[in-house]
Design a protein around this ligand. Structure first.
Ligand SMILES: Cc1cc2nc3c(=O)[nH]c(=O)nc-3n(C[C@H](O)[C@H](O)[C@H](O)COP(=O)(O)OP(=O)(O)OC[C@H]3O[C@@H](n4cnc5c(N)ncnc54)[C@H](O)[C@@H]3O)c2cc1C
Length: 384
């Protein structure tokens, strides 16, 4: 059993960490978070380093590498908060989905643009009727009209839509077959500025770019279909491990940044004639933060490694997401307690990361649903 990262992986991790330290100082992270915007110049520099191309074949302009490399990049970059930009939706829904399910023409045109930082992507799947039973709630349709398709419907919680150039939209194109609701859904690539697309912000706890997106008679050509007509949901299922492991990596980065901040703060804050880091209660909170993050990190790296080796790892990826979300949120919560009143202010980085990690207890799959899948993998009957 080898738990060591390779020299190349350590260099990659160090390089992204160095980039974050240099380009994304704490005051910039706070400013971008407050504005709900990223810094386009930093996004461009990040792309210029080739990191958006991790996991993408060099044939399409990518840097190669596997999911563990992606995890290292996402984890290190998430400490930058919102400064770099919404890299995860682009790397996962743009990069990985297009690379695995896109047509040759889509890959040739879009992947090099993505890698160069000129195109960003967002996934528009969840509808107002529900995200866990996403197929049961899906009302958005796409209807053929000659060579074209016309999309009609609406989505909720589409992250990064305001800064994206393309939306990946799931729409029903046929009725379910043999009782399988997953059949009959198609994925479409829709430009965010296409006629009939309306994007309305939703205010959320973490202040991120989150939106309602309406599709009012949006017309796209046949070349906008990603993968096979009616089989789009199966293509999304093929991407689930990436999504779960990647979002777990985001949580690791936020919780680690919180721990780093708490360590500094506890060494500077005075109470009763000395710094608070001499109190056992503070030390235990900091130690627990570390243990929670390490526990989650082991599960996330193992799941990423399994996926990279081509091993079946659905339960491991799902468990890694659930544990990372719970542990990292708890770690940030402990950190807020150590920071006292300062931890409760919105400018505080630990507070910001507490808000960010909170989301991943309910998204992209709610942790209750993750537990359903884990129970099923242990041989228990499907509960839903
Ligand atoms: C800030 C934010 C960003 C998001 N970004 C995106 C995005 O970019 N693209 C996108 O498509 N979606 C996105 N989502 C949607 C997200 O994936 C859903 O919110 C999530 O899947 C949960 O769905 P829901 O909110 O409809 O909750 P519901 O499905 O209504 O669930 C409500 C509660 O019921 C529980 N529950 C439901 N079914 C079961 C069951 N079978 N067993 C046990 N418990 C159950 C859930 O665990 C939860 O606690 C985002 C959401 C948020 C809040």
């Amino acid at each position: 059993m080898d738990f060591m990262l390779s020299d190349e992986q350590r260099m990659l991790q160090d390089a992204v960490r160095g980039f974050v330290r240099k380009e994304c100082p704490p005051e910039e992270i706070a400013a971008c978070s407050k504005a709900g915007e990223h810094r386009e110049d930093v996004w461009q520099k990040f792309a210029g380093a080739g990191w958006l191309g991790i996991g993408i074949d060099p044939e399409y302009g990518g840097s190669g590498g596997d999911l563990l490399d992606t995890v290292l990049v996402v984890e290190a970059a998430s400490a930058a908060g919102d400064v770099i930009g919404p890299l995860f939706p682009t790397m996962c829904f743009g990069g990985h989905l297009l690379a695995s399910a896109g047509s040759e023409a889509q890959k040739k045109v879009l992947l090099p643009e993505l890698v160069a930082g000129r195109r960003r992507f967002a996934l528009s799947l969840t509808e107002p009727g529900g995200g866990t039973d996403v197929l049961g709630a899906m009302r958005t349709t796409a209807t053929r009209d000659g060579e074209d398709w016309v999309i009609e419907g609406g989505k909720i919680f589409t992250s990064a839509a305001r800064s994206a150039h393309h939306l990946i939209v799931a729409a029903r194109t046929s009725a379910p077959r043999d009782g399988k609701k997953a059949y009959g859904v198609t994925l479409f690539l829709v430009d965010t500025d296409a006629a009939g697309v309306a994007i309305d912000p939703i205010e959320v706890l973490s202040g991120e770019d989150t939106n309602i997106v309406s599709y009012d008679g949006v017309r796209v050509g046949g070349d906008a279909v990603i993968g096979e007509v009616d089989r789009g949901f199966y293509q999304l299922i093929g991407m689930l491990n990436h999504e779960r492991i990647g979002t777990a990596a985001l949580c690791l980065g936020w919780a680690q940044a919180a721990l780093d901040e708490v360590l500094v703060y506890a060494g500077q804050r005075d109470a009763f004639g000395g710094t608070i880091d001499r109190f056992q209660s503070v030390q235990h909170s900091v130690a627990r933060m570390h243990l929670l993050i390490e526990q989650a990190r082991l599960m996330v790296y193992r799941a990423a490694w399994m996926q990279s080796q081509g091993l079946e790892c659905g339960p491991e990826a799902t468990a890694a997401k659930a544990v990372a979300a719970e542990n990292c949120f708890t770690a940030c919560d402990l950190g807020m307690q150590v920071m006292g009143g300062i931890g409760y202010t919105l400018e505080c980085g630990v507070n910001r990361n507490w808000r960010k990690t909170r989301l991943y207890r309910l998204a992209p799959i709610a942790n209750e649903m993750a537990l359903n899948f884990v129970a099923e993998s242990l041989g228990m009957p499907r509960s839903f």
